[in-house]
Ligand binder design. Structure first.
Ligand SMILES: [Zn+2]
Length: 237
């Protein structure tokens, strides 16, 4: 499996003959254009976790002729931008729903922001989790009541993922949260067993260097990747 970082929470993933885009809102290096141009895939799935501008970019409509299916969270249905897409080729997914197409199974979980997070299983058996904006959003400037609510809703939804085992998990480690940036991911990797954790949603911040506290509580054999430059690539066996 080959994974290329696009920007923010945007990634291109290729597993055998399946090409997947997750939250490709901007692709400054035109990585996807080139991959689509090469055409060495049988299926192209374009997934978007929610309508926020930093996750959902309309340039992905250019891939419509090659796209097997656009898989959008349900909130995108209510945007104006979605009218630019061929409606017969979109599946809208609500939280806790499932969809299956050629070579791909998708199920959704809830987010703590808008939209969903995705669990994808490819025909080769690879499991990929993409959190979207699911995270413990613990902002300093929030009131204690807001912070408590953020914690509660995060932990409530995380419980439903308990015991999941995935090959790759994309999860926000947002530098803007300062000292709280690891709170969500720390809880996450203790509930979901991921062979490889990929940090995302940290544009403008250097690569995440996990703290000692994080590493002590995380599973020992889990590998971590924190890309910073669009075009960085990782090959996962
Ligand atoms: Zn976001």
């Amino acid at each position: 499996m080959e994974i290329v970082y696009l920007l923010n929470s945007g990634f291109m993933v290729k597993d055998e003959n399946i090409l997947m885009l997750f939250d490709d809102y901007e692709d400054p290096e035109k990585i996807v254009d080139r991959a689509v141009g090469r055409g060495n895939f049988e299926y192209l799935y374009v997934l978007v976790s929610h309508a926020h501008f930093d996750h959902f970019g309309t340039h992905i409509r250019a891939y419509a002729p090659q796209t097997s299916r656009y898989i959008f969270s349900n909130d995108i249905k209510h945007t104006k931008r979605v009218k630019m897409f061929p409606s017969e080729n979109i599946t809208f997914m609500k939280k806790y729903s499932e969809w299956e197409g050629a070579g791909l199974k998708v199920s959704t979980y809830d987010s703590t922001d808008v939209g969903v997070s995705f669990l994808v299983e490819t025909a080769s058996g690879k499991k990929i989790f993409h959190a979207g904006d699911f995270n413990w959003w613990d902002w300093y400037n929030d009131t204690p009541a807001q912070r408590m609510l953020a914690e509660k809703s995060f932990k409530r939804q995380l419980k439903k993922m308990h015991g999941l085992e995935v090959d790759v998990a994309f999860f926000p480690v947002d530098g803007r949260l300062g000292e709280s940036q690891e709170r969500g991911v720390t809880e996450f990797v203790n509930q979901v067993s991921a062979k490889r954790l990929i940090a995302m949603h940290r544009v403008g911040y250097p690569a995440w260097r996990p703290s000692r506290r994080f590493l002590e509580s995380a599973p020992e054999d889990m590998k971590i990747w924190s890309p910073t430059d669009s075009g960085e690539k990782l090959v996962v066996s």
